[in-house]
Design a protein around this ligand. Sequence first.
Ligand code: M6R
Length: 594
Amino acid sequence: MCGIVGFIGQKDVKNVLLTGLETLEYRGYDSAGVAIYTNNEVIVYKDKGRISHLRQVIGEDASTMGIGHTRWATHGVPNQVNSHPHTSQDGRFTLVHNGVIENDDALRCKYFAELKFKSETDTELVVELLSYYVNKYTQVDVAIRHMMNRLKGSFALAILDRDNPDVFYVVKNKSPLLIGIGDGFNMVGSDAMAMLRETNKFFELNDKEYAIISRDKVEIFEITGAIIKRDYFESSIDPNDIEKGTYKHFMLKEIDEQPFVIRRILEEYQLNSHLYIDENILSLVRSADRIFIIAAGTSFHAGLIGKQLFEKLTNIPVEVYISSEFVYNTPILSISPLFIFISQSGETADSRAALVKIKSLGYKALTITNVKGSTLSREADYTLLLHAGPEIAVASTKAYTAQIAVLSILAYLTNPNNTFDLQHELSIVSSVLETLCDQKEVVEECARELLPTTRNCFYIGRHMDYFVALEAALKLKEISYIQTEGFAAGELKHGTIALIEKNTPVIAIISQENINLNTRSNVKEVKARGANTLVISLKSVSADGDQIVIDDVHPLLTPLVTIVPIQLMAYYAALHRNLDIDKPRNLAKSVTVE
Ligand code: M6R
C-alpha cells in the first residue's frame, strides 16, 4: 500500500507535499516522510506517526523539488528507520516506494552480500540497486532501466538525485502512479486526489514505464528507453469531494451522500429517459452460462447481493468468490463463463491477481469500480463506473450501495423480460435513504444503549438479510474494534448460540416477508438466553417493539436501505469510544499487497 507524491516548481514545496500526503493517508498512515532538495543537498524528514506529526518535525528549508511518502508497513515495523524516504549509502539517491519487491532477498544476496543495510525495508534494496547501476553505467536513465529489469513485484518510485537539481525520476510497475501537469511545475502522486489542489491535468503512467520530470517538461519512456508520446486527460473529480466540509468525519459525510449517489447512478445509466448500459456489455452477460463474481471485503459482500439480483432477474447462475481464495483455489469453470470484478478502488492486489489469472486463461472480464482508469478497469475488457465520488473513509459505505445499485441495473437490463420499473424503484430507495439519514439520533441512541462497553456483538438475518449481516459485522468490527460476527439466523442454534450470555448484543435484520417469523423466533431464542436484542425491520414486516423501522422498498433492493442504520450504528459505536473513525488501526483504504 503506501502513498507517494513528488513535486518540482516554484511553490511552497513542503506544503504541496504534505497536503498531498494528507489526501493519501487512506493508503496507509503508520509513518511518513519527505525529502526536499535544498542548496545542492537532499534533506530527509521522516518519522513514525501521521502527517500531522511530520508537519511538526519538518524544518524551515526553502526548496523547489521534493518527494514524500505515507506508509503502511509491509517490511519491518513502523519506526523512524523503516520510514521512507530511503537514501543510498553513497548519499546520492533518495527515493520513496509504494509496493512490494518480491525478489528482495535474492537481489541482496547477489549484489549486496557484504552491505549492512540500515532498515528492514525492501525499499533500501531498490535505492542501493539504483546506485549500483549508476556506478556501473554512469547515466541515471540507463541505470533505471537496468534496475527495472532486475526488480520483481510492485513498485511505484519517486527518486531524487543529489547531483541533479533540475529533475526527479518516477518509475511504475503494478502500483498506481499518475503525473500531474501544471504551469511552471509538474508533480506525481499515487492518485489524482493528491494533486487536485494544484492541477486537474494528468498523464497516465503504465506498468514498466518511467518518466523524467522537470519544472516545465515531462518525458515518458518505455523500459527499453523508447520515448512515449501520450495525451493528457482532465479529471472530473470535484475538489470539494475530497474535503470534509462541515462533517467531523468522512465516513458520516459518505453515509449521507448515499441518496445522491443513487440519483447520480440513475442519471449516468440513462438514455432517453430509460435505464441504459452499453449493448456490448449486455450481450456479454447474456452469452454467459455462469457468472463468477470476484471481490474482497465490502465489495465481496456487495457481490453476494449481486448473485441474488442476477439469479432472480436473469436466471443465470452466479458464484461469488473472495479474490484471494479464487487465485489459489480456482473452481471448476463453466463453458462460457463471465467474470465480474467488483472493487471500489480498482487497485486491490488480490482482485488483480485473480483478473490476471482469468485473462491468462483467455476469458472476458467486466470490472465494476469507482475509479476511472484504475488498474482493474484498465485490465478488464469492460468497465462500469460507480459514480459514487471519491470514498475517503477506510470503512466503505457509499461504494457498497453504489455497487448494489449498478449490479441491479446490469441484472435488470440483461433480461429484457423484466417488467417492474427499476428506475422508479431506485428513486424510492433514494428517498428512503434520505429519510434514514435524517433520523440519525434514533440510531445513535440505539448504539449508546446497546454497544457502549460490549466486547462482542452478533448480527443475524436470513436470505438477503444474512448477506447484509456479513457486511454489518465487518463495518462494526473494523472501526469500533468490537468483535462482531454476522450469522445466518437459523444457523445460531447449531453452535454459535453457546456464545450468548447476559447482555450479549444481538441485532436482527428483517426485510423479507418469507423469513419474518423464522428470524423473529431466533430473536426470541437469544433473548431467552439473556441477549440484548435490537430489530431493524421494514415497515411491511415490522412488529411492535422493533427499534428501527424503515419504509418499504422493492424486496430485491432491501440491502440498499437496511445497511444505512447499520453503517450509522458502527459510526456511533466508534464515536462513543473516541476512536479514529476514518483511519482505523492496522487498515488502509486501498489494499495493494496480496
Ligand atoms: O477497493 P476494494 O473494493 O477492492 O477493496 C476491498 C476491501 O479492501 C474493502 O472493501 C474493505 O473491506 C473495506 N474498506 C471495508 O470497509
